[in-house]
Design a binder for this molecule. Structure first.
Ligand SMILES: [Fe+2]
Length: 233
């Protein structure tokens, strides 16, 4: 079997992402609101479950330090913006007409719950490299896939938001470039024994299916919001 290349993981992920719901669909207000509501859940899950589950088994101190500092930036304080990322996420939600009560009370769509359940299994029970890919592959995709709705320009163009109002997305495009992608995954290479490579080969389709399910959940909620349903508060 040929050696596993990080560039193959990246190109496989990009090919898959082109087929996911929501990602390349025309951005509407319901689609924007649904993204924030489901992303709030994913954001909490990544800091409370996903990253702790694999990083606690990771023997590479540099990777552990970077991942835990990323959790700190999410939940506690990012010196670059003098706030936690949760603060700018909630601001982003308000900018598309959501209330704090709606963001606090948001519940997962069926597919979102399935996505997070699958990712939790991968992070807890598979090799830590599979968990790391599971928590970083979407950050790579959203920075590398042209036309991805994560891009702040889409929110300006389609929803009429100002540059100031899309700060959450603008900031994360640069932050996530540092958090994911081939260069960032490079420290994984010394740990890629044939057994670990085999796990990654089997795990990658599951990781990508979890991402597809996440976006299917976003799209499902977007469809309901488009017919006039109000998010729970
Ligand atoms: Fe963040």
């Amino acid at each position: 079997m040929t050696a596993l290349r990080l560039s193959d993981i990246a190109s496989t992920a990009l090919d898959a992402a082109r087929t996911w719901p929501w990602v390349l669909a025309p951005l509407t207000l319901p689609r924007g609101q649904a993204y924030i509501l489901q992303h709030v859940l994913r954001n909490r899950f990544f800091s409370s479950v996903m990253r702790p589950a694999w990083v606690s088994r990771c023997p590479d101190q540099a990777i552990v330090r970077r991942t835990i500092s990323q959790m700190g930036e999410e939940l506690v304080y990012d010196p670059a913006i003098k706030a936690a990322h949760t603060k700018i996420l909630w601001e982003m939600g308000r900018n598309v007409g959501l209330t704090d009560a709606q963001m606090n009370a948001t519940v997962p769509e069926t597919e979102t719950a399935a996505a997070l359940g699958l990712l939790e299994h991968l992070a807890r029970d598979w090799h830590w490299t599979v968990g790391w890919l599971g928590s970083s592959i979407d950050e790579f995709v959203l920075t590398a896939l042209p036309g991805h709705n994560f891009h702040p320009d889409r929110w300006i163009e389609h929803l009429g938001l100002t540059e100031q109002q899309v700060f959450f997305f603008r900031y994360h495009l640069s932050a996530d470039l540092e958090h994911a992608g081939i260069k960032v995954w490079r420290p994984m290479e010394p740990w890629l024994t044939p057994e670990v490579e085999a796990q990654i080969r089997r795990g990658l389709p599951l990781i990508l299916e979890a991402q597809r399910l996440f976006y299917a959940g976003v799209e499902r909620q977007a469809q309901r919001l488009a017919t006039g349903e109000t998010p729970a508060a």
